[in-house]
Design a protein around this ligand. Structure first.
Ligand SMILES: [Zn+2]
Ligand SMILES: [Zn+2]
Length: 557
């Protein structure tokens, strides 16, 4: 390692929240470090904070300003919170190469293609012990078990030592689909010396060891065997192992397996092409399923998070592709509800319940296991790798703090580094040496906008307060021509005024402009102020609220 060079770590998203992962490592002279980005993910929006927004992602402007120093983007796995923003943000990053293993690379290419980016920049890499070079970084992809096939921990070797970026993982010796977690491999990597472990913190508060995916086959098999009518099951489309477990339970119970929902079909197809799925029961076309007795069917459907357009929501609302749920049928939610989606899921569960359908969810823990390491599993990982420093990520702030305490309890250095903290990992003590401004970008329709640009704030104001559009026209002399025109939207009407709220608004605006001096009426800003004041006064009087008012002024010259 040359004098005056340093190794830095920076989270732009994912440290202090669960979602939109985006991490940067840098090596070189301060201010001239060569960079790699690990993951480029999204978070889903919700009606409370970002109504109408399609996706949320971390703002990469720090990297964007240094894009000439970006050597590569590394994608750990194909979950949306790790790869979902790759195509959308790529024009700002313009990395020379994107590295991922086969199944993940297929998804990365899809993200690039959908955003009109060059898919040939995505390079498929082989797993550890093979490595790829990116500037001063030697990068290896170590297979780990998770809730999607082919997740990788990333070994990053630098002149200042080795960093292991755990990515999402669980310690599962039999993950059903994909590679098991290998304690031997991680032990060897640890024995070679690890300076820092940047580590998943999602389940740090869960005190018992995580359960294997393989433990679900028994309970799910029993559930399906004892079911009477049609069975519809849902989970994350990307949880290919779970799809296989459920489908095999159906097959064993003499049921034909039907897969519905675009995301699920696509995920299974990619898993087959990438050879991560060796076997799966034969599936039946939904059209042919209509000919089958319902007690001979098992349907795998998208929509475990209550998504409105997904297959499960349509089943709950009536029918999907001619298939209808009836009294005596069973629905299995083999999934966890992501915080923020509770209301959507509850709506679907209640609709199903109203149809007389038996709903089984994961509440007693029999039909779902997590893809993340619980507290004892984190201890195992720490002990296998024996890092000098543990920097927790993939967690809310309280998760990061608890994970640091866990590391410190075992005599290791732990450091809370939330989004924006630049951590210098060069010496024996990791330190936060700087803070950079972080932010969020929204995908709104087809446009990327800054979260603080004001677009969504304005949308929320209109949603909460209602809106009034007002048009006023002035003649050549600068006098109001005819009456004003006011169009309320999203406001209740009132019978406390003869022509309703619209009539009341127009009368008040006309009166206000009628009282104004000629010089005032010549000034657009003054006219706008008078119209807004009059509108607010009327709406407060009659409706008890102040709407957002838009004023259009036309002048005949
Ligand atoms: Zn994941
Ligand atoms: Zn994740």
């Amino acid at each position: 390692m040359a004098d005056g060079e340093r190794l830095i770590y920076l989270a732009l998203g994912g440290a202090g929240e669960i979602g939109m992962n985006m991490y940067v490592y840098g090596y070189g002279r301060p201010g001239r470090e060569r960079l790699i980005m690990v993951d480029c993910g999204v978070t889903f929006s919700n009606m409370d904070s970002s109504p109408g927004v399609d996706l949320i992602m971390a703002d990469p402007h720090w990297v964007q300003a240094r894009a000439d120093r970006l050597e590569a983007i590394v994608i750990t796995h194909a979950h949306e919170d790790h790869v979902g923003a790759l195509g959308l943000l790529f024009p700002r990053l313009k990395a020379p190469v994107v590295y991922a293993r086969r199944f993940t690379a297929a998804h990365a290419k899809l993200k690039m293609e959908r955003a009109g980016q060059d898919t040939t920049l995505v390079h498929q890499v082989d797993p550890w012990p093979r490595t790829v070079q990116a500037g001063p970084f030697t990068i290896g992809f170590v297979p780990v078990s998770h809730s999607i096939p082919e997740c990788s921990s990333i070994v990053i070797d630098t002149p200042a030592g080795r960093v292991v970026h755990s990515a999402d993982f669980k310690i599962d010796p039999s993950p059903v689909v994909g590679e098991p977690f290998s304690p031997e491999t991680f032990g060897e990597i640890g024995a070679q010396g690890v300076k820092a472990l940047v580590c998943d913190s999602t389940n740090v508060f869960v005190e018992w060891p995580g359960r294997s995916e393989a433990t679900l086959a028994g309970p799910i098999g029993e559930l399906v065997r004892e079911a009477k009518g049609m069975v519809v099951a849902t989970t994350f489309a990307s949880n290919v192992a779970r799809l296989k477990t459920i489908a095999e339970a159906g097959q064993a119970a003499g049921r034909s397996v039907v897969v519905v929902g675009r995301a699920m079909k696509q995920m299974l197809a990619t898993a087959r092409t990438a050879e991560v799925l060796d076997s799966f029961p034969p599936t039946l076309d939904p059209q042919d399923a209509l000919e089958m007795p319902r007690e001979r069917l098992l349907v795998l459907a998208t929509g475990s998070q209550g998504e409105r357009r997904a297959a499960m929501a349509q089943f709950a609302a009536g029918s999907y592709q001619g298939m209808e749920l009836k009294k005596g049928d069973m629905v299995l939610f083999s999934s966890r509800t992501i915080p923020g989606n509770e209301l959507d899921v509850a709506r679907v569960l209640n609709q199903l319940s109203e149809r007389g359908v038996r709903v089984v969810d994961e509440s007693d823990g029999r039909y779902h296991v997590s893809g993340h390491p619980n507290r004892p599993d984190l201890v195992t990982m720490h002990e296998l790798l024996r890092p000098q420093i543990v920097v927790p990520n993939h967690g809310e702030h309280r998760h990061l703090v608890s994970h640091v305490e866990l590391a410190q309890g075992a005599g290791r250095q732990g450091l809370v580094a939330a989004n924006g903290a630049i951590v210098d990992l060069t010496g024996d003590e990791a330190r936060v040496v700087d803070h950079v401004e972080t932010g969020r970008i929204y995908l709104d329709g087809t446009e990327l906008i800054g979260a603080t640009d004001g677009v969504v704030r304005e949308r929320v104001r209109m949603a909460l307060r209602g809106h009034v559009a007002v048009s006023v026209i002035f003649d050549e002399e600068g006098r109001p021509l005819g009456g004003s025109w006011a169009e309320p939207r999203g406001l209740p009407d009132t019978d406390r005024y003869p022509d309703g709220i619209g009539g009341a608004l127009e009368a008040a605006i006309d009166a206000s402009l009628g009282r104004a001096k000629k010089a005032e009426l010549a000034n657009d800003d003054t006219v706008e102020r008078l119209v807004v004041q009059a509108s607010n006064r009327v709406c407060m009087d009659l409706l008890g609220k102040k709407p957002v008012v838009t004023v259009m002024i036309s002048r005949l010259e």
